[in-house]
Design a protein around this ligand. Structure first.
Ligand code: GDP
Ligand code: IMO
Ligand code: MG
Length: 428
């Protein structure tokens, strides 16, 4: 019997609540896999008031008896991985078995340094990256000058490879950025220390996942970032350097597309974004401020305030198409409570022409003005709600409107940040 595979994918600009939705689904999953991104992510899970933030590890690490996998598509910073593992183990919460793909690319110290220089030295357009070395690491992956986890396991070969790659990086660091070169010996020693610890976890992601499926197990693929930050389908060039969209699962783990059964898109009941780039529904005034304060919209990875605005259905419908989303999880519905009115973007005004189609041309998107439908506000507290029937009628209408517009059923609702503040609308 073949097992089941489902994907959690961000439908907006990241920080939709993927971590809490992954946590909600994990009890019914056996293997939880991260397929792209790296320590640019921050996935928050809150259990009885205690907060855990995952950067590289899948959110399934909190449960015992699970297997968690860091897939080949992840940009892996070993220092950050070990920090996370140590933090969890100090709390007795490193409960799952961990496997790290030998084909994952390693974020090297020079990647982080270059990310920082690119952002701060004024030679390149600022992106507002997380400065975790993600872009430079993926550049090396595609430029075929990357170091993979499996390379760390071969000290002599690594020495040769690092020698020539560091030579190239130091040319950039000294000649373009006028900074001090990185010491080869210190870098090599670091890599050898990583080897010691990583060798405990190295495995073959594709094999682990396929075998589990063949044994009838359930796999959960946990995406990072979101569709609108996707390198191919997002608001290029203001994107991250990987494929958070569903296609990233196949390349980032080595599983065939026919194995995927359900694609759960996670979206907030409004929109947020961190860093540069267009956000058509951004509200720079009082309502945006309200959403930021009530929703505690400060980035889990960097602490930066998130830009906030109304739900963008044009972008959400686009994300549903790109991912083939089969189900939706809408989080932070409770944050809308207390507003006199709630707006939803149903179309864009592009140069005087109304369009319900998302323009992939970022220049056009940047000039697009949102056309809104307005809902009456509501003020009830939702944290105790157990079913959708417990919610105020306006909130139910709002959810129904999202379903009608996207054509995708909403099966999970977040009505507060805690694990228990989750409404499931179906049994699996
Ligand atoms: P992720 O990167 O997609 O996992 O999302 P983040 O963890 O970066 O950001 C989501 C934030 O919203 C976190 O602080 C969560 O604790 C919080 N959150 C998630 N779902 C809900 C919800 O339904 N209601 C409220 N009030 N907060 C939520
Ligand atoms: P999670 O998984 C929100 C944004 C950065 C920047 C752009 C490129 O928590 O949803 P990068 O460091 O990736 O090169 O930065 O992407 N970004 C995120 N925004 N949530 C994230 O992850 C993000 N990861 C990257 O702010 O605009
Ligand atoms: Mg986040």
């Amino acid at each position: 019997m073949k097992g089941k595979a489902e994907v959690i994918v961000g439908m907006q600009w990241g920080d939709e609540g993927k971590g809490r939705v992954a946590d909600a689904i994990t009890p019914k999953s056996d293997v939880i896999v991260r397929y792209q991104g790296g320590a640019n992510s921050g996935h928050t899970v809150i259990v009885e008031g205690k907060k855990y933030i995952f950067h590289i590890l899948p959110s399934g690490m909190l449960y015992s008896g699970k297997t968690c996998v860091v897939g080949n598509g992840v940009a892996l910073d070993p220092d950050r991985l070990f920090e996370e593992l140590d933090e969890l183990s100090s709390q007795g919460m490193d409960r799952a078995r961990l496997i790290v793909s030998g084909s994952a690319h390693v974020v090297m110290p020079y990647h982080k340094i270059l990310d920082h220089f690119e952002e701060s030295k004024g030679l390149k357009r600022r992106q507002g990256t997380t400065e975790q070395g993600i872009g430079p690491c993926y550049v090396d992956k595609f430029g075929r000058t990357g170091i993979r986890v499996c390379d760390l396991m071969h000290p002599d070969m690594l020495r040769d490879k690092l020698d020539y790659i560091l030579g190239l990086k130091n040319q950039i660091i000294t000649r373009i950025y006028d900074e001090k070169p990185i010491s080869f010996d210190a870098l090599y020693d670091k890599a050898m220390a990583w080897k010691e610890r990583l060798s405990l976890y190295v495995g073959d992601c594709s094999k682990v996942v396929t075998q589990a499926l063949n044994e009838g197990k359930c796999i959960l693929f946990e995406g990072a970032q979101g569709t609108m930050l996707d390198i191919d389908h997002g608001t290029y060039p203001y994107v991250t350097s990987s494929n958070p969209t569903c296609g990233g699962v196949c390349t980032g783990t080595g599983v065939g597309p026919k194995n995927i059964d359900r694609i759960i898109g996670v979206a907030k009941a409004y929109c947020t974004r961190v860093g540069e780039g267009p956000l058509p529904t951004e509200d720079l005034e009082e309502k945006g401020q309200y959403l930021r304060e009530k929703g505690r919209e400060y980035c889990a990875a960097t602490g930066r305030p998130r830009r906030c605005g109304w739900l963008d259905l044009v972008a959400l419908k686009y994300a549903a198409r790109i991912n083939g989303t089969t189900h939706l999880a809408i989080t932070k519905l409770d944050v809308l409570s207390g507003l006199e009115e709630i707006k939803v973007c149903v179309a864009y005004d592009c140069d005087g022409k109304r369009s319900e189609e998302y323009p992939v041309d970022t220049h056009i998107l940047s000039a697009a003005k949102p056309v809104y439908k307005t809902f009456k506000g509501f003020s009830q507290d939702m944290s105790e709600a157990e079913t959708i029937e417990d919610l105020p009628q306006v909130a139910r209408d709002y959810v129904k409107f999202i379903e009608d517009q996207t054509g995708v059923p909403v099966v999970i609702l977040g009505v507060g940040p805690d694990r228990k503040e989750t409404i499931f609308r179906e049994t699996r």
